[in-house]
Design a protein around this ligand. Structure first.
Ligand SMILES: *Cc1c(COP(=O)(O)O)cnc(C)c1O
Length: 512
């Protein structure tokens, strides 16, 4: 007899009281979809050799409910970034300031005067929403904004140097991760790359010797995700600006992060500010909106009036333009830099970076007794650790912090590693996934980015679900192992790996 025949009809499962009740919160359409998928999946399972007996109506209804929860869960979800990398590219970089969130919500809900001049009633320019603020904050004459800093660099190179040579020091041919490599961007922009000097040392005379009638511009790139130390020499910006201007060509600085406040005043390592490069004579400076600035993803271009005007006329400018939501968030963030008495309090990225070790330790002390009780086979301690800024900002600097370190108690190494991987998976499986960092036999949750009473409470509250998730992942793993003799278990174990690879690649801080 075919056991698949004994499965109930769609309508019978839809009529189960729990499934019927779910229609109220999920809606008819989604419930029907979940029922179909559950029945299809069960049918496939039952078709396998040595399949178990066909499940009863109640257990099918339970499967429908868990599938519903899965179907209703958005792919874009809030997570806890406890990786120790504050500006984590794979986790969306900077959380926004409340003022920026509010501005974005307003712009999302209503029509806004985006390219409309409210004084004259005529057509306006969307850059005007932020240009004045950017000029005030950097000392530049003009500004424009695009989708991200990679786009800003591409656009600036294309507008100022297409068909001509772009000079850059050999020590600055950066790769920022993904496909952003300076030589490739230059090629895409139509510039001919001309490398100057040597990897560790480039002198002013190297640039003077290289500049000629085919030179379109001189470029300086902030070596944001690595540091060259030892016997080194690079040419100061003021000198590069002089050389460029003596030949009537522009000088472009790709700053990468670009802090708008003095980081040393916040007790943080020094970070170059766009205003410094402008002051040194740069014609164009580009930087990111969502790195150290702590705003939305954007590429900011500031500089001299003529250079910015050329950039704005380039067709790529239209292709890379910002939408009203991002502009609203960017304007609100920039206003905080100009108007707030304490930007380091109002801009979350700055607040997290400047958060004191004592405050982080206090969070740890409050959490520790709760998390220690959760899993009997795993020991949790509070340990010193070092956070990094991330996204290629200040690559060698580390900020003292505290982590909850989870270590399995088993004596066998293989068992410990297995438990750690299951623990990591269980944390990722929580309603708001918790992302930590696996290293040296422990899973560490750096508490720097768990800041504020609400966040602490939300973190603790959902940890109640951890023991069950951990047990389920243990059980499913054991089932995998038992089935692994013919090679089935391997397949299911591999599903964990992409996620781990993501976390690992990002803690290097070099991702774009
Ligand atoms: C991060 C970075 C970029 C790319 O900026 P995105 O905003 O990620 O597009 C370009 N140049 C430097 C030096 C950077 O650090």
């Amino acid at each position: 007899m075919d056991v698949r025949r004994s499965l109930p009809a769609v309508d019978a499962l839809l009529a189960h009281p729990h499934v019927r009740e779910a229609r109220g919160s999920y809606g008819q359409r989604l419930v029907r979809r979940a029922v179909r998928q559950t029945l299809d999946e069960t049918r496939r399972m039952l078709a396998q050799p040595a399949a178990p007996a066909s499940p009863d109506l109640d257990s099918l209804a339970t499967r429908v409910l868990s599938r519903l929860a899965e179907l209703a869960r958005p792919a874009s979800r809030a997570v806890f970034n406890l990786t120790g990398t504050v500006i984590h590219t794979n986790l969306g970089r900077s959380p926004l300031a409340e003022a920026a969130i509010e501005a974005m919500t307003q712009a999302a809900r209503h029509p806004v005067a985006l390219e409309y001049d409210l004084d004259s009633g005529g057509r306006g320019d969307r850059d005007r929403l932020v240009e004045g603020l950017l000029c005030e904050l950097t000392g530049a004459e003009a500004a424009t904004v695009v989708n991200n800093n990679a786009g800003a660099v591409l656009l600036a190179l294309g507008a100022l140097g297409a068909g001509r040579e772009a000079l850059i020091s050999r020590g600055e041919l950066i790769e920022i991760g993904g496909a952003f490599r300076m030589p490739d961007i230059m090629a895409a922009a139509g510039c001919r790359l001309r490398e100057v000097g040597a990897t560790n040392r480039t002198h002013a005379r190297d640039f003077e010797g290289a500049v000629g009638e085919h030179t379109g511009l001189i470029v300086k790139a902030h070596t944001s995700n690595y540091a060259i130390t030892g016997f080194t020499c690079s040419v100061p910006e003021t000198r590069l600006a002089e050389i460029a201007h003596a030949h009537g060509i522009p000088f472009l600085v790709d700053l990468g992060s670009g802090a708008l406040v003095d980081f040393t005043a916040l007790g943080l390592p020094y970070e170059a500010q766009p205003g410094d490069a402008i002051g040194a004579g740069a014609d164009v400076v580009t930087f990111s909106g969502d790195k150290l600035l702590g705003g939305p993803q954007a590429g900011i271009i500031v500089g001299r009036r003529e250079a910015i005007a050329r950039i704005k006329r380039h067709p790529l400018k239209r292709a890379l333009r910002l939408d009203k939501l991002t502009l609203a968030a960017l304007e609100a963030t920039l206003r905080l830099y100009r108007d707030s008495d304490a930007p380091q309090r109002d801009i979350p990225t700055l607040a997290l970076l400047a958060r004191s070790e004592d405050a982080i330790a206090a969070t740890g002390e409050r959490l520790l007794p709760h998390v220690q009780r959760l899993l009997p086979d795993i020991e949790v301690t509070l340990e010193p650790c070092l956070s990094q800024l991330g996204s290629g900002s200040l690559p060698v600097d580390r900020l003292p912090s505290r982590a909850l370190a989870w270590r399995p108690k088993d004596s066998q190494r293989r068992l410990r590693e297995r438990r750690l991987r299951r623990l990591e998976a269980a944390l990722r499986d929580l309603p708001r996934p918790v992302i930590g960092r696996l290293s040296e036999g422990a899973l560490r949750l750096d508490l720097r980015c768990l800041s504020g009473a609400d966040e602490e409470a939300a973190f603790l509250d959902q940890l109640k679900a951890l023991p069950r998730r951990y047990a389920t992942s243990e059980a499913s793993h054991r089932a995998d192992e038992e089935a692994s003799a013919p090679g089935i278990g391997r397949e299911s174990r591999r599903t964990d790996e992409p996620a781990r690879a993501v976390a690992a690649s990002d803690t290097s801080g070099g991702a774009p």
